[in-house]
Design a protein around this ligand. Structure first.
Ligand SMILES: Nc1nc2c(ncn2[C@@H]2O[C@H](COP(=O)(O)OP(=O)(O)OP(=O)(O)O)[C@@H](O)[C@H]2O)c(=O)[nH]1
Ligand SMILES: [Mg+2]
Length: 342
């Protein structure tokens, strides 16, 4: 197992969408990823929650973006077990930790339910999650129809929404998912992604973590080790090829250098300089082998992670294993959202 975080995880921007049913999470997730309904999250105009928890990935604005969509945590008809399952899925899909919790709010709708949803996440993830909290207002078209800008609208809001905006330290923006001009829509998405990126920079490049996200990552790594055993032969062969290739290149270059140096024998000063240069080059060949090993590890880990994320979406027994580990460090933190709404 490789120590530390993989490069592909460092380069990834992980976003978790939270918010009540119908607020526009799935539609916004697709906008963020630049995916249409066929390739992205399913979204339907319905009061019934349609999406199950899942993640999608795309490369946007030069970054790998992973969006985790949630839905059932705000569904009062779900059992505590189902709510916990979704929470575990959400934590594990975005392991080793999300870079942003994006609270999706439909403009002009902010009720005690939305307030309870934020309180729920803050209770579970702790006060620190607020540092990674963003508000994405959907339905900008509704304001545009009234000829009101987002800031003008927010100037006049009071109470809990005002508090939320303050808690987010200005990390809010709006999107019109009905926007027909792709350039305009792209601009709205980019604003959110830029905001997330600069917030990550502010936190020295690190994502959000808690004991729960760390435990989830450990469980993912354990699963990765099992997949590795299945693929061990493949990884070993790839490394063997690199080793053989390096040895050949090294020997060939060494032979060439001996020949080249023969020609410099006359000048002893020149010979010294030449030999030092040669040593560097041979070292570079060896270092190249290590870099190639690392690439193989990264490649393996990336494809294992894709497989594991798929298992988290579909395999109840794996979710159960991770769930037990995560709940054991969460203690009483994981409780049913239901009660907050009643
Ligand atoms: N007018 C308008 N409608 C929007 C906007 N964003 C989303 N919608 C619509 O709102 C409805 C619900 O959107 P979804 O993305 O499915 O909402 P959701 O939050 O994923 O809902 P659940 O999966 O049930 O939790 C859909 O009909 C969307 O087309 C927007 O910016 N403006
Ligand atoms: Mg949805």
């Amino acid at each position: 197992m490789m120590e530390g975080e993989y490069d592909f995880l460092k380069n990834e921007l992980r976003i978790v969408l939270i918010g009540l049913t119908g607020s526009g999470k799935s539609t916004s997730g697709n906008a963020i990823l630049g995916l249409d309904r066929n390739h992205g999250f399913t979204s339907q105009p319905s009061a019934r929650s349609v999406t199950s928890v899942g993640c999608r990935k795309a490369t946007r604005f030069g970054r790998d973006i992973l969006v985790t969509d949630t839905h059932g945590m705000y569904n009062t008809r779900l059992s505590q077990g189902e709510v916990t399952k979704e929470l575990i899925q959400c934590i594990t899909l975005s392991a080793p930790g999300p870079h942003a919790f994006v609270m999706v709010l439909r403009l002009k709708r902010f009720t005690s339910k939305e307030q309870a949803a934020i309180a729920y996440f803050r209770d579970i993830f702790g006060q620190d999650m607020l540092k990674y909290l963003f508000v994405l207002f959907t339905g900008l078209d509704v304001l545009q129809a009234d000829n009101v800008s987002l800031d003008e609208f927010l100037e006049n809001v009071t109470g809990p929404l005002k508090d939320l905006i303050r808690e987010c330290d200005g990390r809010y923006t709006a999107i019109n998912n009905r926007e027909r001009n792709p350039g305009v829509k792209e601009g709205q998405v980019k604003k959110l992604v830029d905001m997330i990126t600069s917030n990550v920079d502010k936190h020295s490049g690190s994502h959000f973590t808690t004991e729960m996200t760390k435990t989830a990552e450990q469980e993912v790594r354990k699963r990765e080790e099992i997949i590795r055993q299945e693929k061990d032969e493949e990884v070993r062969k790839a490394k063997e090829r690199i080793q053989k290739d390096t040895v050949e290149r090294y020997a060939k270059r060494q032979k060439e250098m001996v020949k080249e140096n023969e020609r410099f024998k006359v000048d002893s000063e020149g010979l010294k300089e030449k030999q030092e240069l040669d040593k560097d080059e041979l070292e570079r060949i060896l270092a190249g082998r290590l870099a190639a090993y690392k690439r193989i590890e990264e490649q393996f880990a990336r494809s294992a992670r894709n497989q594991i994320r798929y298992e988290i979406e579909t395999d109840d027994s794996f979710i159960g294993t991770v769930g037990n580990a995560v709940c054991s460090v969460a203690g009483a933190l994981i409780h049913p959202f239901k009660n907050l709404l009643l």
